[in-house]
Design a binder for this molecule. Structure first.
Ligand SMILES: *Cc1c(COP(=O)(O)O)cnc(C)c1O
Length: 403
């Protein structure tokens, strides 16, 4: 028997990533987008917790032009995993990172003259003509050069023979709310720059502004490319934005019942004795807790077991939470429970968990801990692959489409 660590049985708690649903979401987004508009899949922070390499492989097959990332390490992970598509680093680079970016063909946003100059020198040294994107801040006040100070920087980029201005971009601070006043103001500031570029006959291949919210609700701002993140993972950026039928969440969180306790009236559950049984109760212990990223709740939330809601009782612990299964008599040891996702006809949504956490869906997706291994599945196929701490999925075979 092989008792090496790479073969040990998986924990009975995990996140499940349905790559078939991801593929479907990509197809639906593509179909919704005018043919000439390119798709950048934003896969920063491990593709919002879904596994960046798995997501990137599927997205390449579904026609994504390239990928948006946040850190150098994230981009190198994709390059080393064999992704050759353009990789755009969305934030600001430290000077020391630029050489890596040029060497590995990672596209950077340049936002100030020093970086332009430094990058141009590196490009010359490497004998490369390096594409850059200029990030223009049009009111969000995060990264980028102010819209009313952008033209001199554009001149500087154009003057560098070893650089080419491939893209000009901006980012909306509010694109998924009903009130689009500020988004429209931002877009008009961006358009002033685009008009100035046209007047100077500066060709820019990729003008882009839209995140998921902008893609859904600001079709006039699609330009040459949209940068969608959360929507690809099946979560709408808000409840008031346009909904595309058929888009489905890609991630679920599951655990198996690891103990069952019978309570008599007056007995209590968990740390702090936050729950007292009023009558005889049957309680299932799920081996997942706040140490896995579940919100630290008390007597709030639920799990789906046999398609029924089992309410959470007591306070959640680091590694365990307790749910009341009195009304689900068929529930047995090691039965599967869904903490986030669908079971039977019911669903616990990412938004439901966000409410428990007093936060946003983005935060929920990205904050499941990796000690909950990611199990990739493909639609209803049983084929699975499990990510392990300290390794990446590049070392295993990609999962094929089931369609
Ligand atoms: C994260 C990010 C996106 C994607 O946003 P979603 O709302 O997830 O679609 C797009 N552009 C930039 C600059 C980003 O940082």
């Amino acid at each position: 028997m092989n008792l090496h660590s790479e073969n040990f049985p998986q924990r009975p708690a995990w996140t499940e990533i349905d790559l078939g649903k991801l593929r479907r979401n990509l197809q639906l987004v593509r179909a919704d987008l005018p043919k000439h508009v390119r798709l950048m899949a934003v896969v920063k922070d491990e593709a919002y917790g879904h596994g960046a390499l798995d997501v990137a492989r599927v997205a390449v097959e579904e026609g994504a032009w390239g990928f948006g990332l946040s850190t150098l390490e994230e981009a190198m992970h994709l390059r080393e995993g064999g992704i050759t598509a353009p990789l755009l680093l969305l934030g600001e680079r430290q000077e020391a990172e630029l050489e890596w970016c040029v060497a590995h063909d990672l596209t950077v946003c340049v936002n100030e003259p020093h970086a332009v100059h430094k990058l141009a020198k590196l490009a010359t040294n490497f004998g490369k003509k390096v594409p850059v994107h200029l990030k223009i801040h049009t009111g969000m006040s995060r990264y980028g050069v102010r819209w009313d100070e952008a033209l001199p920087l554009i001149e500087k980029i154009l003057a560098e023979k070893s650089l080419s201005l491939e893209g000009v971009m901006t980012h909306f601070s509010q694109s998924d709310e009903t009130d689009k006043t500020f988004a429209n103001l931002q877009f008009s500031r961006f358009q002033e720059i685009l008009t100035a570029l046209e007047q100077r006959k500066v060709p820019v291949k990729l003008r882009h502004a839209c995140n998921s919210g902008g893609f859904l609700d600001l079709p006039q701002a699609h330009l040459d490319m949209v940068r969608t993140g959360i929507l690809l993972y099946g979560v709408f950026p808000s409840q008031v934005c346009r909904q595309i039928p058929g888009i489905e969440p890609v991630m679920s969180v599951k655990a198996k019942i690891a103990a069952i306790q019978k309570l008599k009236p007056g007995e209590v559950v968990g740390y702090g004795m936050r729950y007292t049984a009023k009558s005889e109760r049957r309680i299932a212990i799920l081996p997942i807790g706040y140490g896995d990223g579940f919100p630290r709740v008390r007597n709030e939330g639920s799990a789906l077991i046999h398609g029924q809601r089992a309410p959470l009782v007591g306070g959640i612990a680091m590694d365990a939470l307790m749910v009341d299964i009195t009304d689900i008599p068929q529930a047995q040891m090691w039965d599967e429970a869904v903490l986030m996702g669908k079971q039977g006809g019911d669903e616990i949504t990412v938004r439901d968990i966000a409410k428990l956490k007093n936060s946003v869906t983005y935060d929920v997706l990205t904050n499941w801990r990796l000690r909950l291994r990611r199990k990739s599945v493909n639609g209803n196929k049983t084929e699975t692959r499990i990510s392990r701490i300290g390794t990446n999925s590049a070392e295993t075979e990609p999962i094929r489409a089931n369609s």
